[in-house]
Ligand binder design. Structure first.
Ligand code: SF4
Ligand code: SF4
Length: 378
């Protein structure tokens, strides 16, 4: 392959011990076994060996359903295979996205020992979290998740909190950010608007982001990483796209299902986006298949739909899964108001960095930058 590529692996498919109200991944596959050893071998070998010459790092991202249901021995075997197929100059890293309810001391020791990056799903305070993230019995999962989180914290495991923003917490941005950063002492955060039939109100989404941004500016800048803000900043300062939702097109992160089937994206595990199987096909074949090429073209349609938008360079139309029948993003007005509000601040922070002064002195430049943006627009 010419370029590095990335995969998310679902070793137990959609099987999960929780029954979150908004989960879009339920009932995609039959309940039952985890990924076979043969598929794990094929996946590991091809994912590593097909990376381009000179590729220095390969990351395995494990996701579900609940990927810890695959059991510790599954991951021990995965690490053994990674070591077997790794090129001498290649670093292999692992990340796992979990609901956190199954983290025991044994799991935490394992994750710590092998330097896993852990993505943990927490939707806010106990009341907010337990309104949607439930066991099949109807009981909330917050207490269990917090216990798991403490085990990660005690060991200093790098943890990224994933907060799904849905109709019942979209008005609570300030409360959620304060809770996560103060009470839970979280340093890495990600807010993802819910995907599925029920989406959030775009105006409320814009307010959510702007409220969190204001708090972050005052107390989190340089201390707390918020994925969407880091993405905008990286784009402004270095011109790089670090997050698919605000990248020009999709298709750089495939999904490998439990049975080895490969799809274009976690949000598109559906027949039209079936690309092949790791047991039969190479990644090179799958990444250049007609289905994958049409996925990339579809995702870049915003060039037409969003033309003329003055925040398009950062927004890039968001995730195609949020588009309506006219290909317009349903969250458009929210993204627009957030980016219009935040862009001058990102430039001011970048100016601090350029001058080698503390980022928190951004207010020295904000008036000047706002004026120059108005003049350029005029
Ligand atoms: S469809 Fe959405 S989640 Fe998938 S790659 Fe595109 S932006 Fe990312
Ligand atoms: S703000 Fe709206 S019009 Fe502008 S790029 Fe984003 S989705 Fe498109």
């Amino acid at each position: 392959m010419k370029n590095p590529f990335h995969v998310i692996v679902k070793p137990v498919g959609d099987v999960c011990n929780l029954n979150c109200t908004y989960c879009f991944y339920k009932e995609k596959s039959d309940e039952g076994a985890r990924m076979s050893d043969e598929t794990l071998v094929n996946l590991t070998k091809k994912y590593i060996q097909e990376q381009p010459k000179g590729c220095k790092e390969v990351q395995f991202v494990w996701q579900g359903g609940e990927p810890m249901l695959a059991g510790l021995e599954f991951y021990q075997r995965a690490l053994q295979l990674q070591d077997k197929y790794r090129r001498p100059d290649m670093k292999i890293t692992n990340a796992i996205q979990t609901n956190g309810t199954l983290i025991t001391n044994q799991w935490a020791d394992f994750l710590h020992h092998h330097q896993f990056l852990v993505g943990l799903s927490v939707d806010g305070t106990k009341v907010i979290h337990d309104s949607e993230r439930l066991y099949y019995s109807g009981q909330g999962s917050f207490d269990k998740v917090l216990k798991g989180y403490k085990k990660l914290q005690e060991r200093g495991i790098q943890t990224n909190i994933l907060c799904v923003v849905h109709p019942n917490n979209v008005e609570c941005g300030t409360e959620i950010y304060q809770f996560l950063t103060h009470k839970m002492q979280v340093k890495r955060l990600q807010f993802l608007p819910v995907v599925g039939d029920e989406t959030i109100d775009p105006t409320a989404w814009g307010k959510f982001l702007s409220n969190v941004f204001e708090l972050w500016l005052k107390k989190g800048l340089g201390q707390v990483s918020v994925q969407l803000f880091d993405t905008a900043y990286a784009r402004i300062v270095n011109g790089v796209e670090t997050f698919c939702v605000h990248a020009h097109d999709c298709g750089n992160q495939l999904v490998v299902e439990r049975n080895g089937s490969v799809y274009s994206c976690d949000h598109y595990v559906e027949p039209s986006q079936y690309l092949g199987c790791v047991d039969q096909n190479s990644f090179a074949e799958m990444l250049t298949s007609p289905a994958q090429l049409s996925f990339k073209r579809m995702s870049a349609l915003h060039d037409e739909v969003c033309s003329g938008c003055d925040v398009k360079g950062l927004c890039q139309s968001g995730c195609p899964k949020h588009r309506d029948n006219d290909h317009k993003n349903k969250l458009c007005s929210g993204y627009y108001s957030f980016y219009k509000h935040s862009i001058p601040y990102f430039y001011a922070i970048a100016e601090c960095q350029r001058r080698g002064i503390a980022l928190t002195h951004y207010d020295k430049f904000i008036t000047q930058i706002k004026t120059s943006i108005i003049q350029q627009a005029g």
